[in-house]
Each structure stands twice: as structure tokens, then as C-alpha cells.
Design a protein around this ligand. Structure first.
Ligand code: SF4
Length: 375
């Protein structure tokens, strides 16, 4: 089954830590939706799997896109693919945009999952991040979606914020777990090139949190999520049983996906391609016909590295039988040799021939995975 991602690149206000491609909402008009549908028409043959299991509106701020346009895109997908009647249809929303009317409209057009960009339940941290909502608005947004009948609610939180403490992080987590949410994505703050926040760090005006406190916050996340019956199924993602994100799991499990909109990425097992990070550049590319500027063929080494990068940080792990059957003997032997120090130290375990990094080592998983890759 395939996944469809639609990148809606409009934001009312740029958050000062964010490097996702987005422009002001003044640039949004019906042409955007027309171009998404045009791109769908053009690119859908690149995806072999014709059954759509997940649709994900990400951004940017998709909750700025009028509901009628979202509906047009969902029905347009049905012109080219078979949309599974139980498809997971997610939209990312900014708490500030949420009204009961909007939530009911989403429910009516088939959206059955929302991902709310909460980031923190501490108002001082929301101001620091440049968010346009406060904590009470985020709590209200969750209640509104529940009242509108959307039963699968995910929220995003950020940890590792400068000046944050175990207490401030515990507050955000306790508020989150006290609400009726099914899924939680927790990301460590990153300092991306070119953002206002990174410039402030370079000037010495902001001091990043030390690693020890970041690790303590990660450990607290694990402890509280366990106490609240959430499964830590991927380094940054936790869910109540039965509520893992089907869309994101598709990325980690190597399923095909088609990305529509500026900066969106796509994958069809033999090739990866990505759209220009500019509305004009993307529009020109779509207008020019089938021309794809940014592509990468997936050779065996890339496929192997991607398998490790995506899968080892999930509860599913890497099945050695899959490596033995799907790759050359050299690659299989490379992996068997490279994992020895990690299985000895307990950082990687092997259960029924499946390699896994246990969640208590997820925090250092980047350095573990880096040692296993083919370079
Ligand atoms: S964090 Fe979200 S709302 Fe803020 S600028 Fe980035 S995409 Fe827009």
C-alpha cells in the first residue's frame, strides 16, 4: 500500500527555530490546489502500488488551507488511486486555527487523525520558540477535536530547549498524558542553519541546553510514557497500543509514497525524488511536464543504509533474514561483522534473528547506526 504526502507551504508567522519550507499565507490561493492536482496527474504513474493506505497533509500549516481545497485533493486522489476505505487521513494543525466548525468540517470530509503542533505546555517556552498559540489554546484544540468526533489525536512536543529543566519538561508531559491523546511525537530542538534561533546561538545570546540535561529529559519521557501505557515505537514517536502513525510507519518500513507540493519527497523503491523548495520552482517543474530535476537511483548500498537508518530506531528492528535474502553476501557479512561490538555491549540486541536498538539506547542511536553503514 502507498502513502500520499501533501506539503502545504504556508504559515501565518515563521517560528524562529524552523527551517521547513514555508511562505506567508498571503501567497496562498486556489492555484496551489490546482498545481497539487496537476502534479498528482503527472506523477502518479511513478507509484506502482495503486492502493492508498495513508494521506498526510503536512507543512507549513495545512490548517490554513480552506477545507474545500483539502476536499478537492482527497477526491482527486480517488481519480488515480484506490483509496482504502479505512485509510488514515491526517492533517497537521496549528492550535490557533482550531474552531469547532473547522474540526467538524475535517471530520465530515473524512479526516480521521490530527497532528497538533503544541511543542510545549509552558507559555514562556512557546514565546521563546515564536509560536502563535499559548498552552491553554493547545488544550482547547485537543478538546475541540475530540468533541468533533476525531478520535485519533497526536501532538508534537519539543524537548532540550535552552533553559528548560526536568520540571518544565515534566509539566509538558504531564499535561499531555492528562489529555485524551493517542499519539505523541517528541523531538529534540535542533539548531538548523539560517534560522533566527541559530543566529542568536552564534551571537552568544542563547545557550543550548547541555547534553546531560537533554538525556535526562529523554529518560523522563521514556519513564512517563511507560507509566501512561504509551509504546515507544520509534526514536521520536510514542503511541497508545493500536495508534502508531500508519503514514510515518510506511516511511520506516520501506513502503512507496508520493509527495506533492514544494519540497515534498517521494519514493518508489527504485528511485527517490524531491521537489524544489520554492513555490515558483515547483510550479515551473510541474508545468514543464514530466521533468524531474532532483532524483536519486537507489542502489544496493543506499538501500541497505536506508534500511538501517529507518528501521533500527523503531520497535520493528532489522530482520537478518531480510538482509540475507535481499542483499549480497558481502553486505550481509559486513553487517554481521559490524554488529559484534554492539551486541557484546548490549546496545543492540538480537531476538528471533531481528536486530534492535532498545529504547534506552535510542538517544545515542545515530552514533550506533553510523558505525554500521556502508560508506
Ligand atoms: S514550525 Fe510549523 S508553524 Fe512554525 S514556521 Fe515551521 S512549519 Fe510554520
Amino acid at each position: 500500500m502507498a502513502g500520499i504526502y501533501i506539503h502545504v507551504p504556508f504559515c501565518k508567522k515563521k517560528c524562529n527555530y524552523c527551517d521547513f519550507y514555508s511562505v506567508g499565507e498571503a501567497k496562498m490561493d486556489n492555484h496551489f490546489t490546482d498545481f497539487v492536482l496537476k502534479e498528482l496527474n503527472l506523477r502518479n504513474p511513478l507509484i506502482a502500488d495503486r492502493i492508498v493506505k495513508t494521506i498526510y497533509f503536512g507543512g507549513g500549516t495545512p490548517s490554513l488551507l480552506p477545507v474545500g481545497n483539502i476536499k478537492r485533493i482527497i477526491s482527486g486522489l480517488g481519480d488515480f488511486f484506490v483509496v482504502d476505505p479505512n485509510a488514515e487521513i491526517t492533517i497537521e494543525v496549528n492550535p490557533d486555527d482550531v474552531t469547532l466548525e473547522l474540526a467538524e468540517q475535517y471530520h465530515a470530509i473524512g479526516i480521521n487523525r490530527v497532528s497538533i503542533g503544541v511543542q510545549s505546555f509552558n507559555n514562556n517556552e512557546l514565546v521563546f520558540l515564536g509560536r502563535r498559540h499559548d498552552a491553554s489554546k493547545a488544550v482547547e484544540a485537543i478538546r475541540i477535536f475530540r468533541a468533533a468526533g476525531i478520535a485519533n489525536i497526536s501532538i508534537d512536543l519539543i524537548y532540550g530547549l535552552p533553559n528548560s529543566t526536568l520540571k518544565s519538561w515534566e509539566h509538558s508531559l504531564n499535561v499531555a498524558f492528562g489529555l485524551d491523546i493517542q499519539h505523541l511525537s517528541c523531538y529534540h530542538l535542533t539548531y538548523e542553519e539560517g534560522t533566527p534561533l541559530t543566529r542568536r546561538v552564534a551571537k552568544g545570546a542563547v545557550m543550548p541546553l547541555d547534553e546531560e540535561m537533554s538525556k535526562a529529559q529523554f529518560d523522563l519521557l521514556r519513564e512517563l510514557s511507560h507509566a501512561n501505557d504509551f509504546v515507544h515505537y520509534e526514536i521520536s514517536n510514542l503511541a497508545k497500543p493500536g495508534y502508531t502513525s500508519k503514514h510515518n510507519s510506511g516511511y520506516w518500513l520501506g513502503e512507496e509514497y508520493l509527495g506533492l507540493g514544494p519540497s515534498a519527497h517521494s519514493f518508489n523503491r527504485s528511485m527517490r525524488w524531491w521537489n524544489p523548495s520554492s513555490i515558483t520552482g515547483w510550479g515551473n517543474e510541474v508545468d514543464s511536464g514530466n521533468f524531474l530535476k532532483n532524483t536519486e537511483a537507489i542502489d544496493e548500498a543506499i538501500q541497505f543504509n536506508e534500511l538501517l537508518i529507518t528501521r533500527l530506531r523503531t520497535m520493528w528492528g532489522v530482520n537478518l533474514n531480510e538482509v540475507a535474502n535481499g542483499f549480497s553476501i558481502e553486505i550481509y557479512n559486513h553487517l554481521r561483522k559490524k554488529i559484534i561490538p554492539f551486541t557484546k555491549s548490549g546496545k543492540i540486541i538480537m531476538e528471533n534473528n531481528i536486530l534492535k536498538i532498545l529504547p534506552n539506547h535510542y538517544f545515542v542511536s545515530d552514533s550506533i547506526v553510523a558505525e554500521l553503514l556502508i560508506v
